[in-house]
Design a protein around this ligand. Structure first.
Ligand code: SAT
Ligand code: MN
Length: 593
C-alpha cells in the first residue's frame, strides 16, 4: 500500500461518499488481472475467447446506450465560461461539484471500489503525470492495466509526498441487497457527466463505462487536463500519433500526425510501407506530449502504454501490424463472436460466417440486415505486443520530431499534400483543418466542413483561441530550422465519379517519402497560394497504376476562394482568436487574387 497522506485521505473521503461494499487497491499484477477476469467471466460480464484461436483474450458487450464518448455530456468546469471558450460545454465548478456530489453519494453501493494508481508517460520520468482512478467498474480496472502503467510501480513513483490527479469514476448504478447486476451497468444519458476541473486538476466521471468516458487516463487526463497543465508549463498535449520512418541509409525521421477520429491514425502509426526502402516503427497511435529539448528541437512522448483501437475496418490488408498485435491477450468490446469462440467484425477481411452472435448478444446471419459488430467496437491491447513497436517508445525525453502532419477527410478542394510556408502558416492550416460532413453524420449539413483544430476540438481543456495562441508561442523564440515542418495531407480526395483518387494505407509512405526528401533538401516544391506542393515527378509512384497526380495536386483557385470565405465565417465564432491567424487568412485571400 502507500504512505502518501494525500492519497489515503482522498480514498477515505471518496469511499465515505460513494459507500462501496469494499475497497480494493490494485497492484497491477498479471495474477490480479487474471483473477478479475475470472470473476467477470463467472458473473457473465466477460466471455473468455477460444484459448487456441485468441489466447488470453476476452469479449465484453456494452449496454446499447453506452457505446462511445459522449461529447454532449463532457464538461469543462473552469472558473469562468470564457476560460472554457466557445467549443466546450462549460459548467460553474461549484454547481457542478454539488450536482456530482449528489450523484456520487452512495453510487457504489453493492460494488467494489477499485483504487488504480497509474502513470501517464514512462515510469520515473520527470515529465510523466501520476493519476489515481477510483472506479466501481472492474472492466475499467483491467483496461487501465493495459492502457497505462498501473499499480505498484505507480504507487512507488508517487512516494510519500508525490502529487497526483484525482480521477473519480462510477458507472452510476448502485445495487440494493438482492439486486441482480446487469452485465454492463451504466446510468441514463441525462445523468452521465464527464467532468473536468482544470484549475483543481481533477476529473469526475459518472454514468458511463465506455472508452474515453471511463478510462480516465486517456482523453480526460492525457489530453484535457494535460493540455491545461501544458499551457501553464510551456509544453503541449496533442491528439497525435508518433512514428519513426527509417530509409535505406538507416536514417530515422520522427513524424507526428493529428487527424480527427476515423481518419486512420492507428493505420498510419503502424504502416507497412509499399516502398521497399522504408520501414516504419510505431511509438504511439493517439496522444503525443511535446516539449522543447535543450537543443531547441521538439520532442514527443506517448503517455499511453496501450492501444484502444477501432476494430471494424481493421484487417491483415489494411493494418497487418494491428492484427498481429491483437492475436492474443486482448480485450475486445462490442465485436461479434464466432461459433468457435473467436471475434469477427465488418471489414476484418474474411467473409461473414453463416452465423455469429452480434455485439448485443443476439443471433446474427448475413441476412440480418444489421452490423454484427458495433461501428465503434474496440480492442484494448498492450503496446509492447505491436510487432512494429519502436525501441525508443519509452524514452523519457521522447524522440525529436522533424515533421508534423495534419489533415482530415476532404473529398474535394484540399490536395494530397501541401507544406506550410512557415510555422505560423502551419498553425493557420491546423486551426481550420477538418472533415467534410458525409451522409453518415448530419444530413442537412452534407458538403460542409466540420473544422477540428489540430483534431483537438473535443479535447482542449481551455479556450480554443488561447490554445492556438499557445501553438504560435511555441514557434516564437524558436530557431525556425529546428522546428518540425507542418504538412497538411489528405488521403481522401475523390473523383467526380466518387472514387478515391489515392490508394492510401501502405502507399501513404509515398507521401512520407516526399516529406523526408523535402526535409533533407533533396527535392524542391511549387509555391502556390495555399502552400508548397510537390512537383509531380517527385512523388514516387513505382509499382502503382492509374494514379492521377494532376488531380491529386490540383489547386483550384475558385474553390479555394470559397474555402477562404468559409474559414472567415468559422473564425467569426472564435472570441479569442489570435490576430496572427486573421493575418494568415488575409494573406491567403491576397495570394488567391
Ligand atoms: O473512447 S476514446 O475516447 O478513448 C476513443 C476515441 O473516441 O477516440
Ligand atoms: Mn483519439
Amino acid at each position: 500500500m502507500t504512505k502518501n497522506k494525500k492519497l489515503l485521505a482522498w480514498v477515505n473521503e471518496m469511499a465515505e461518499l460513494c459507500k462501496p461494499d469494499k475497497v480494493h487497491w490494485c497492484d497491477g499484477s498479471k495474477e490480479e488481472y487474471d483473477r478479475m477476469m475470472d470473476e467477470m467471466v463467472a458473473s457473465g460480464m466477460a466471455i473468455r475467447l477460444n484459448e487456441k484461436k485468441r489466447p488470453g483474450s476476452y469479449l465484453f458487450r456494452s449496454h446499447p446506450s453506452d457505446v462511445a464518448r459522449v461529447e454532449d455530456r463532457t464538461f469543462i468546469a473552469s472558473a469562468t465560461k470564457e476560460e472554457a471558450g466557445p467549443t466546450n460545454n462549460w459548467r460553474d465548478p461549484k454547481e457542478l461539484k454539488a450536482t456530482l456530489t449528489g450523484l456520487f453519494n452512495g453510487s457504489m453501493k453493492g460494488r467494489t471500489m477499485y483504487v488504480l494508481p497509474f502513470v501517464m508517460g514512462p515510469l520515473n520520468s520527470p515529465f510523466s503525470i501520476i493519476g489515481v482512478e477510483l472506479t466501481d467498474s472492474p472492466y475499467v480496472a483491467v483496461n487501465m492495466r493495459l492502457m497505462t502503467r498501473m499499480g505498484k510501480d505507480a504507487l512507488d513513483m508517487l512516494g510519500e509526498d508525490g502529487d497526483f490527479v484525482p480521477c473519480l469514476h462510477s458507472v452510476g448504478a448502485p445495487l440494493k441487497p438482492g439486486d441482480k447486476d446487469s452485465t454492463w451497468p451504466c446510468a441514463p444519458m441525462e445523468d452521465k457527466y464527464i467532468a473536468h476541473f482544470p484549475e483543481e486538476r481533477a476529473i469526475w466521471s459518472y454514468g458511463s463505462g465506455y472508452g474515453g468516458n471511463a478510462l480516465l487516463g486517456k482523453k480526460c487526463l492525457a489530453l484535457r487536463i494535460a493540455s491545461a497543465i501544458a499551457r501553464d508549463e510551456g509544453w503541449q498535449a496533442e491528439h497525435m500519433l508518433i512514428l519513426g520512418l527509417t530509409n535505406s541509409e538507416g536514417e530515422k525521421t520522427y513524424i507526428t500526425a493529428a487527424f480527427p477520429s476515423a481518419c486512420g491514425k492507428t493505420n498510419l502509426a503502424m504502416l507497412v510501407p509499399t516502398l521497399p526502402d522504408y520501414k516504419v516503427e510505431t511509438l504511439g497511435d493517439d496522444i503525443a506530449w511535446l516539449r522543447k529539448g535543450e537543443d531547441g528541437r521538439i520532442y514527443a512522448v506517448n503517455p499511453e502504454a496501450g492501444f484502444f483501437g477501432v476494430a471494424p475496418g481493421t484487417s491483415y490488408q489494411s493494418n497487418p501490424n494491428a492484427m498481429h498485435t491483437i492475436e492474443r491477450d486482448t480485450i475486445f468490446t462490442n465485436v461479434a463472436l464466432t461459433d468457435d469462440g473467436d471475434v469477427w467484425w465488418e471489414g476484418i477481411g474474411t467473409p461473414a460466417p453463416d452465423h455469429l452472435i452480434d455485439w448485443q448478444g443476439n443471433d446474427w446471419t448475413p441476412d440480418s440486415g444489421k452490423n454484427a459488430a458495433h461501428p465503434n467496437a474496440r480492442f484494448t491491447v498492450s503496446a509492447v505486443q505491436c510487432p512494429a513497436i519502436s525501441p525508443d517508445w519509452e524514452k523519457p525525453e521522447g524522440v525529436p520530431v522533424s515533421a508534423m502532419l495534419i489533415g482530415g477527410r476532404r473529398p474535394r478542394v484540399v490536395p494530397l499534400v501541401m507544406e506550410s510556408r512557415d510555422w505560423a502558416h502551419g498553425i493557420f492550416l491546423g486551426s481550420v483543418m477538418g472533415s467534410e460532413i458525409t451522409a453518415a453524420t448530419i444530413s442537412d449539413k452534407i458538403g460542409q466542413v466540420r473544422r477540428d483544430p489540430f483534431a483537438m476540438l473535443p479535447f482542449i481543456g481551455y479556450n480554443v483561441g488561447d490554445y492556438l495562441k499557445h501553438w504560435l508561442e511555441v514557434g516564437e523564440g524558436s530557431d525556425p530550422s529546428k522546428l518540425p515542418r507542418i504538412y497538411h495531407v489528405n488521403w481522401f480526395l475523390k473523383s467526380d465519379e466518387g472514387k478515391f483518387l489515392w490508394p492510401g494505407f501502405g502507399d501513404n509512405v509515398r507521401v512520407l517519402d516526399w516529406i523526408v526528401r523535402r526535409l533533407k533538401g533533396e527535392v524542391g516544391a511549387v509555391e502556390t497560394p495555399i502552400g508548397n506542393l510537390p512537383e509531380e515527378k517527385d512523388i514516387n509512384l513505382t509499382g502503382l497504376k492509374d494514379v492521377d497526380l494532376s488531380a491529386l495536386l490540383k489547386v483550384d483557385k475558385a474553390l479555394w476562394a470559397e474555402e477562404a470565405k468559409a474559414i472567415a465565417a468559422y473564425y467569426e465564432g472564435m472570441d479569442r482568436l489570435p490576430e496572427e491567424l486573421k493575418e494568415q487568412l488575409k494573406g491567403l485571400q491576397e495570394r488567391l487574387k
